[in-house]
Design a binder for this molecule. Structure first.
Ligand SMILES: NC(=O)c1ccc[n+]([C@@H]2O[C@H](COP(=O)([O-])OP(=O)(O)OC[C@H]3O[C@@H](n4cnc5c(N)ncnc54)[C@H](OP(=O)(O)O)[C@@H]3O)[C@@H](O)[C@H]2O)c1
Length: 292
């Protein structure tokens, strides 16, 4: 059976790891803050002190860290993945990063004889825990096929998209939807509340129309109860909006609404809302409108 490694056991990495262990895979994991590995230890994961030891013990290593700088840190710094390289090692990056950066990182890995695949996902820890993520993959097709079973354990839908970095471009296009939908629902709730209309009525009618979404049918009901327990933090979505806007500049395209969304999310982070779930953008809108 394929030996799997995870570097980065934050909210997403922890849930992916638990599901891999539940599915019978042998798992070695590393996290910069060791206390975030206790659940995985209980489930039987081997926890090591450096990324290089994850690489040594694994056929496929997933990096599931904050951003491109963090991927570079765990890959190329002292005690990083490249120091644990062996024949056939594949690194699969599940972090949400700029496709321009991912190409640079893949090239650096190839100079060390290591294949890097892009494997970003849609869906949070709540669906990762039982393998219901949606994965976008790109890079070396032969290596992707070799480890397809691992990817299909993590995600119930896997889309192979072609050459290196393509999956990250599509993932950023996905996260535009997350940011703008959370803002659209939050502004709808805020307008309803401003008009003294129960936001549940707003949601009930929205969900009777063509314009309903998974967010309006699920998380929105938590939002109107001011329940913002994070599955994906507002500050990480703000990080993705930075990345979306950087990638747009690199590709020479203009995304006016993503630019505006970035300004709003920046203000929410500055006002102290960064550790909430990303849907906590509603709490920020309520605050600046004096509604709560
Ligand atoms: N949560 C989701 O729903 C979701 C969905 C799709 C994609 N993603 C993406 O997946 C990645 C992880 O997200 P998450 O929700 O799990 O975030 P998180 O809970 O904030 O975890 C971030 C992880 O990155 C690590 N990290 C950050 N900087 C690092 C560095 N310089 N060196 C080593 N490790 C570093 C953290 O280590 P420490 O614990 O030591 O800080 C932690 O393990 C992000 O790129 C995110 O955009 C998340």
């Amino acid at each position: 059976m394929t030996r799997v490694g995870i570097i980065g056991t934050g909210m997403l990495g922890n849930a992916v790891g638990i599901h891999l262990l539940d599915s019978g895979f042998e798992l070695t994991a590393y996290n910069r803050t060791k206390s975030k590995t206790t659940e995985l230890v209980k489930k039987g994961a081997k926890i090591v002190d450096f990324p290089k030891y994850v690489a040594k013990s694994s056929d496929v290593v997933f990096t599931i860290v904050k951003n491109a700088d963090a991927v570079k840190d765990v890959s190329f710094r002292n005690n990083g993945i490249v120091e644990g390289k062996h024949d056939g090692l594949v690194v699969a990056d599940m972090s949400t990063i700029n496709p321009v950066e991912s190409k640079i990182i893949a090239k650096k890995f190839s100079e060390h004889g290591i294949t890097m695949l892009d494997t970003p996902v849609m869906g949070g820890p709540n669906v990762a825990i039982d393998g219901r993520l949606v994965m976008m993959a790109s890079g070396d097709k032969t290596m992707f096929e070799k480890y397809r079973k691992v990817f299909e354990t993590i995600a119930n839908q896997v889309f192979f998209l072609g050459e290196s970095s393509t999956a990250h471009s599509v993932k950023l296009a996905m996260n535009i939807q997350i940011a703008l939908l959370s803002l659209a629902i939050s502004e709808g709730i805020t307008l309803a509340r401003g008009a003294n209309v129960d936001p549940e009525i707003f949601l009930k009618i929205l969900n009777s129309t063509y314009f309903k979404t998974g967010m309006s049918e699920n998380k929105a009901y938590k939002m109107i109860k001011d329940s913002f327990e994070p599955t994906f933090t507002l500050s990480n979505l703000k990080k993705d909006l930075d990345t979306i806007n950087e990638a747009a500049r690199a590709f020479g395209v203009n995304l006016p609404i993503s630019t505006k969304a970035n300004e709003i999310f920046q203000k929410a982070v500055d006002a102290g809302f960064g550790d909430l779930d990303y849907t906590g953008i509603l709490a920020f809108l309520q605050k600046i409108n004096g509604l709560k």
